[in-house]
Design a binder for this molecule. Structure first.
Ligand code: SF4
Length: 123
């Protein structure tokens, strides 16, 4: 699928942005298929069932196509937002940018992460 077709599906106002991030991907049982861009993308994919088999070349061709389109979209975004992708930020720049960002420590699921990070810093 090319970038233009992908963008057309993603930009469809009928779709609920990010709805696919809150599901179990059991599309056959889902009541929101008409509101989901992932479902629409899967349905629009014409590469056939062989593209789901990692033993088949079609699988790798499809994956290559997905990465290529993704990279194209990342480059478009960077261009629109004046971001130079050729220069990776230094560690100091990244530390500066992340300063002030606090991790929630009162959420149960984040505790193992915080504990792990604390333990990793001790090593
Ligand atoms: S259609 Fe599939 S991917 Fe989309 S929300 Fe439903 S289960 Fe998730």
């Amino acid at each position: 699928m090319d970038k233009k077709k992908l963008k057309k599906i993603v930009d469809n106002p009928r779709h609920i942005p990010g709805i696919h991030n809150y599901c179990d991907r059991w599309c056959e049982r889902c009541t929101k298929t008409l509101r989901c861009s992932v479902y629409a993308i899967e349905k629009a994919d014409t590469s056939g069932p062989q593209s789901s088999d990692p033993e088949n070349e079609a699988f790798w061709n499809r994956l290559h196509e997905i990465f290529a389109v993704t990279m194209e979209m990342v480059q478009d975004y960077a261009k629109e937002n004046n971001i130079d992708l050729s220069i990776p930020p230094s560690l100091e720049e990244m530390k500066k940018k992340s300063k002030g960002i606090r991790r929630p420590t009162n959420i149960r699921l984040s505790r193992p992460d915080v504990l792990y990070e604390g333990g990793a810093q001790l090593v």
